[in-house]
Design a protein around this ligand. Structure first.
Ligand code: CO8
Length: 216
């Protein structure tokens, strides 16, 4: 496959375009009040679309898309930040020295209590952003312990912000704090998180991610 910069850009834009269309479809599907005949017809069309995509080529389990950069946490098909993922908000991340900030808006696809986000969605967003913050230390790491305090419901359809920063590093262990707030009121913390990330030993990395060591 041709992987020069312009070809990668064309692919990046096309992946984002498909992701955007699928997000609109997902949002429409979970809001739909259509009659059963319409739903069945659209279900058949969805099966055909899926078959076309499958026939056009699929990556095997464990293969890293060429658009990804694992060293900074960038995953094209991440369920949190991936422009190509059908249910990612997607969170748009800015990296700073030892902290990261993500901006996003949640929709019906992320609903838990009526009008508010599912608690697991908030947890998933914080886990990912805190992982990006841990990566600012320069070492790859994995979440081993993560605790959340839900202080207020997270509204759908409102611009939100997630922030995470490294608070301590001791050998392989990295402590990270995170929070979700409305973008317009950063002082109003809705979800708070505290976690620990551990850098696997080189032999653990080889056992867990064979062949990918040079990408981590
Ligand atoms: C390499 C990067 C790839 C990209 C990752 C993307 C981010 C993710 O999505 S991570 C996914 C979710 N997380 C996981 O699946 C991790 C599962 N856990 C593991 O595989 C292992 O715990 C692993 C490999 C990280 C570390 O294993 P191992 O080296 O045997 O741990 P171990 O020696 O027992 O513990 C290391 C330290 O962490 C602590 N620790 C381990 N597990 C926990 C835990 N659950 N809670 C609190 N502390 C823990 C230990 O107490 C120890 O601390 P200390 O050094 O102070 O004694």
């Amino acid at each position: 496959m041709n992987t020069d910069a312009s070809e990668l850009n064309r692919r990046r834009e096309a992946v984002a375009a498909l992701g955007s269309g699928l997000r609109r479809l997902t949002e429409s599907a979970v809001r739909s009040t259509a009659d059963p005949e319409t739903l069945r017809r659209l279900a058949d069309e969805a099966e055909k679309l899926a078959a076309d995509l499958e026939a056009a080529g699929r990556r095997p389990l464990g293969a890293i898309p060429e658009l990804d950069d694992l060293r900074i946490g960038q995953r094209t098909f991440s369920p949190v930040t991936g422009a190509g993922h059908p249910s990612a908000p997607p969170v748009i991340v800015e990296r700073n020295e030892n902290c990261v900030r993500g901006r996003f808006t949640l929709g019906f696809a992320h609903e838990g209590p009526p009008r508010f986000s599912h608690g697991g969605v908030s947890a998933m967003i914080l886990d990912e952003l805190m992982g990006w913050a841990a990566r600012t230390t320069g070492s790859p790491s994995m979440t081993v312990d993560l605790a959340f305090s839900y202080r207020g419901p997270v509204p759908l359809g409102v611009p939100l912000m997630a922030e995470a920063e490294v608070t301590e590093q001791d050998g392989r262990s990295i402590r990270v704090e995170g929070r979700i707030t409305p973008e317009s009121r950063p002082e109003a913390v809705l979800v708070e998180a505290s976690g620990r990330f551990v850098t696997p030993e080189p032999e653990q990395i080889s056992a867990l991610f064979p062949g990918l060591e040079h990408l981590l």
